[in-house]
Each structure stands twice: as structure tokens, then as C-alpha cells.
Design a protein around this ligand. Structure first.
Ligand code: PXG
Length: 467
């Protein structure tokens, strides 16, 4: 950039020309846009001079925190050596190959198969489009072209392209643009708080929820089902951590009916749950793993799919040309930044830190937070966490949705140096993995403050009884 715009110029040009993702533009122009100017460590700065603790890591991606010189250096060096070359016509490049090898080395065995190959894209959505293409091609090559149906979950999120939004189970997205595309269907999510029966334990619920998949397979015909896709922990849906019994039962079902399992780890991989890959944490044995976001800590776009040897062998040995790929598949700069990012994560022991230290510490702090009068329940897993704002702790009664209590709480966050997301009345966080215990203490003070302010407001309005 050669010139600097004033904050009001940025706001005006934004309103005139920048069509934002997932945004009501009329509402945005009334509210006014916030200009983020720079960031360092776990903090972002805006043009009003505020410093905000970014407990969402941007959008679930800035795992190593902001301002890492090494990542900028890796990009600059690679740009000067080879900024771009395609991988379509018998050519390759060193960063793409080194990264593929490194990912394969990091990925633990998936049952009796190993991940052997990486297919690259530039985002999570594209990667899930690639999954649809690969899964359907796999079954075609095995002489079972009738296996086309892919089953996802209500309130799952798999991206915003036609296939990504179809695999996901967001009703608002399906309502726009004739989605889902054909041969994609959904089962209910494993949300214990919402879906349990009276007296049902979490473990019992997990098994029952997994069996919704079996019911769906039998309903549509097992011979027509190609794959099941799920996020190990649902992210955009509100940080919904399934019971430990859920994924093993899903695994039994996909094994029994011989269907492929796709673990969408766009949020969950690269240390977010205290493991390089989340399937290890939950006892899943996926055939394909979607990744994006944290692989470059969001510094540049990169996504892809880890392909297990079962699918890779069929595509490679029987497939001939696979008519699918992107201009930026194996982008050398993106891959170089990913390699530098993984180096930082290894050197600083971030995955182990989340698993053994900061993850358990955050879990303790969130358990304490559950005592707050506004908090109905909390859940954490590694460095993702949710707290549920409820009208009545004793009965578990939810707030009337029209009160938009989550949005009120979120507004207090922005005014009190904190970025936390609201999904309905679930307040969610996914802070950078470089957080220390001292950073978590600061985070908890801010969260308590915004909860207190939200509670005060609700009491002043008579929505909640005074103490
Ligand atoms: N899968 C999962 C599990 C994701 O979380 C995608 C795929 C798509 O990735 P791309 O890179 O195409 O955006 C995601 C993305 C939110 C929010 O509101 C979450 C995502 C994206 C945008 C908003 O929490 N996750």
C-alpha cells in the first residue's frame, strides 16, 4: 500500500464496494464497520484505538498468534525463489512435496491404514468439494456407481461452496440457492444439552445419537451410501463436543456398512484439540481428513485433504486421470508458510502444551465459570470452549430467542477488550494456541466481566430476577 486511508474513508469505501461474507449489508451500514488495523500475539487493534484479546484466533485459524516474523520471511523468500507454478502438467515444487511428506509423517495410523497422500486446495470449502469428487470417483472405480449419497449432520459446517454448504446442515444456507445438491442428506447432531431424553446419561446419549446414522443408512439403502462426514467437535455450530461414546459407535456403523468416513478437521486439527489431528483424540478411523485454517495459522490461504491408502490406491491404480484440481493446488508460497508454521508449532511444543497444560487449565476455569448465575453449562476440548447463557439455571430454561442475549453479550465483549463469538446463546472461544496460563487468567477476567454486564442489563430490564 502506498497511501494510508483514514478510518472514515475506509468505512465509506467499505460500504460502497466491499461485499462481505455472511453479512446483512443494510444492517452493517447502520451499525458501522470496525476497522482492524494491526495485530500482535493474541491481541488485535482497531482504528478507534482499542486493543482486543482475540479469543477466536481470527476465525479459528491464527494458531501461532499474530506477528510471527518467520512466517513473513518464509513467504518472502519463497516468493522471490518461485512465487507460483502449477502442478497440473507433470511438474511439482519442493515446498508442496516437503509439506505433503511432513503431514503424512504427523498423521497417526487410522486403524490398519495409513495416510499416504495429500490433495491440496486453498480452503476448507474447496477441500470438501474435492472430498465429494474423490468419494464418488472411488465408488465408480470400484464398480459401485450407485453409492453416491453422502450423509452429513444438521448444524454441521463444511464450508460455503455448493458442495460444502450442502454437506453442512445449516438451514439458513440451504434456504438460499436450492441446497443441498442431490444425494446429500443429514442426520441430527450429537447435542446432549438439546437432544437428551430424561434421565439419559451422556454416554447413553452418545450411542443413541450415533445410531441415527444407522437408521438413515437403512432408510436410504446401504448400497447407495458413499460416505459420512462430520467435524470431530462441531465448531461453527457452537462448539458442540460429542460424548466419548459417539465416534466409536459411528465407526462401528461405517465399518459395518462399508462406507467411507470423512473427518472434517478444518478447525480441529493442528493442535486445536491438543493433537495434530483430532481423529486420534476421538478414536475415529477416517479414510479422508479435511484440513485448512491452522495449517498456515491463517497467514495465507491453504487447505487440502489427507487421503488414506484405501482411497489413494484405488484412485491411483485404477483411476487414470482424475479430472479435478485447482490453479493453486500445491501453491509453493502457501506450502512454504505452512512448513514454517509447523516448525514453530513443533519448536514451541504447542500441541503438547494444549494437551497437557493450557487445555486442562482452561477446562478447570470453565468448570468454575459454570457457577455464574447466567451460565447454564460449559464445555471445553483442548482450546475450544462454549458457555451457554440461560434464563434459569435451576430448570435449564433458555432465553426467548428474540431477546438475542448472545448478541448482547457479544456487544459487551467488543466494549471490554474481548473477541468472543455468539452462536445463538452459546458464547464460544477458540483462542490462539500460544496462550499461556497468565493469558487465560486475563481472558477469564474479561469473560466474567462481560457476563456480569450482560446479567446486570437483563436484571435492569426485568428479564431476570434481581439477586
Ligand atoms: N469445514 C469446517 C469444519 C469449517 O469450520 C470449513 C470447512 C470451510 O472452510 P473455508 O476455508 O472454506 O471457510 C470451515 C470454515 C464461523 C465460521 O462462523 C466458521 C468457518 C468459516 C466461516 C465462519 O464460525 N469455518
Amino acid at each position: 500500500m502506498t497511501e494510508t486511508l483514514s478510518p472514515s474513508e475506509i468505512a465509506a469505501w467499505d460500504a460502497a464496494h466491499f461485499m462481505h461474507p455472511f453479512t446483512d449489508h443494510q444492517a452493517l451500514s447502520e451499525r458501522g464497520v470496525k476497522v482492524i488495523t494491526q495485530a500482535q500475539g493474541i491481541y488485535v487493534h482497531d482504528s478507534d484505538g482499542n486493543t482486543l484479546l482475540d479469543a477466536m484466533s481470527g476465525l479459528w485459524c491464527v494458531n501461532v498468534g499474530y506477528g510471527r516474523q518467520e512466517l513473513a520471511n518464509a513467504a518472502a523468500e519463497q516468493m522471490m525463489r518461485l512465487p507460483y507454478y502449477n502442478a497440473f502438467f507433470n511438474t511439482t515444487n519442493e515446498p508442496a512435496v516437503r509439506l505433503a511428506k511432513q503431514l503424512i509423517d504427523l498423521a497417526p495410523p487410522s486403524g490398519d491404514q495409513r495416510f499416504t497422500h495429500v490433495f491440496y486446495s486453498s480452503s476448507g470449502s474447496e477441500s470438501n468439494d474435492s472430498n465429494v469428487r474423490m468419494v464418488r470417483r472411488y465408488w465408480d472405480l470400484l464398480g459401485q456407481p450407485e453409492r453416491k449419497i453422502i450423509i452429513g449432520r444438521v448444524n454441521g459446517y463444511h464450508g460455503s461452496t455448493m458442495a460444502g454448504a450442502s454437506l453442512g446442515g445449516m438451514s439458513g444456507m440451504h434456504a438460499q440457492g436450492d441446497l443441498p445438491i442431490p444425494n446429500i442428506t443429514h442426520v441430527e447432531q450429537p447435542h446432549y444439552g438439546d437432544k437428551r431424553l430424561p434421565g439419559e446419561t451422556e454416554a447413553e446419549f452418545g450411542v443413541r445419537a450415533a445410531r441415527w446414522l444407522e437408521e438413515k443408512i437403512l432408510e436410504v439403502g446401504p448400497e447407495k451410501v458413499a460416505a459420512f462426514i462430520g467435524e470431530p467437535v462441531q465448531g461453527a455450530g457452537g462448539v458442540i463436543v460429542p460424548p466419548d461414546t459417539y465416534w466409536p459407535e459411528i465407526q462401528r456403523i461405517v465399518d459395518q456398512y462399508g462406507i467411507l468416513l470423512i473427518s472434517d478437521e478444518v478447525i480441529c486439527a493442528f493442535g486445536r484439540l491438543g493433537h495434530w489431528f483430532a481423529y486420534e483424540r476421538f478414536g475415529m478411523r477416517p479414510d479422508l481428513v479435511t484440513f485448512a485454517k491452522g495449517i498456515t495459522s491463517g497467514y495465507v490461504p491453504l487447505g487440502g485433504v489427507l487421503v488414506g491408502d484405501k482411497v489413494a490406491r484405488v484412485l491411483i491404480e485404477k483411476g487414470g486421470e482424475f479430472n479435478h484440481g485447482y490453479t493453486y493446488s500445491g501453491h509453493p508460497v502457501a506450502c512454504a508458510v505452512a512448513l514454517a508454521n509447523l516448525d514453530i508449532m513443533k519448536r514451541e511444543g504447542l500441541v503438547e502444551r494444549v494437551r497437557d497444560d493450557t487445555g486442562p487449565y482452561l477446562a478447570d476455569k470453565y468448570a468454575e465459570l459454570a457457577q455464574h448465575p447466567l451460565v447454564g453449562a460449559t464445555q471445553t476440548c483442548g482450546l475450544v470452549a462454549a458457555l451457554w447463557l440461560c434464563q434459569d439455571k435451576a430448570t435449564g430454561a433458555a432465553f426467548d430467542a428474540s431477546l438475542e442475549v448472545g448478541m448482547r453479550c457479544r456487544a459487551h465483549c467488543f466494549d471490554n477488550g474481548l473477541i468472543m463469538r455468539a452462536v445463538g446463546d452459546r458464547m464460544i472461544i477458540a483462542p490462539p494456541l500460544v496462550m499461556t496460563r497468565a493469558d487465560i487468567d486475563v481472558l477469564m477476567l474479561r469473560i466474567r466481566k462481560v457476563l456480569d454486564l450482560t446479567l446486570q442489563g437483563l436484571r435492569a430490564e426485568g428479564v431476570m430476577a434481581a439477586e
